[in-house]
Design a protein around this ligand. Sequence first.
Ligand code: PGA
Length: 248
Amino acid sequence: MRAKLVVGNWKMYGSLAANLTLLTGIKDAAIAFKCAAAVCVPFPYLAQARSALAGTSVAWGAQNVSEHAQGAFTGEVSAGMLVDFGCRYVLVGHSERRALYGEDDRTVAAKFQQAQLAGLTPILCLGETLAERESGVTADVVTRQLGAVIDASGVAALSRAVLAYEPVWAIGTGKTASPQQAQEVHALIRARVGQSDAAVASELRILYGGSVKPGNARELFAMPDIDGGLIGGASLVAEDFRAICAAA
Ligand code: PGA
């Protein structure tokens, strides 16, 4: 049985004061969580997340990491630095990074590799745009994105990673994929991994992301290949994040 995981992606939102309220709300509820939970916060707030969440069941992580171990890369943050702040997870290949910051499959694969070398669990995001879905290439897109990571790190590396299927057209739009639409892609991703390694595929956690809310979480998480969620907007409201964890 794969235990459910709910991860908040705060994106570029927050302030010390607002985070304190949010983290306190999450921490107070954590004792009742029956799923694993984590928050991926902006870099400057990692220390704050650590001091609020240390000793609770809620883990923390970052939203991006350098593809290099160290060096003259002004403005970048290495995986080792994230480990210094107690991170367990890091998002790699979020669609906003791919679309707005030009991260291609090779860069994402290198980030995935750096994260694992440092001992972090990468959460690899995969997903198609609306145009790609409408032209019927969803399976090709997610297979290509996943394939780049498998080529670089090997399929066994997925046993130390989490996947997140996030259809780009459902992110922040209020348009969730239906549980059936999401399940179809999750099953396809698991089957692709299974072609290389059945044991890795059956243990692999595949989260769904894209407008998950307290009102739709339960039916999404009830699908056989959906192992939890990557939550953007709703993770900024403690009560919503709690409700989504309860659904998981
Ligand atoms: P959303 O974002 O829940 O606001 O759609 C999800 C994500 O981008 O990870």
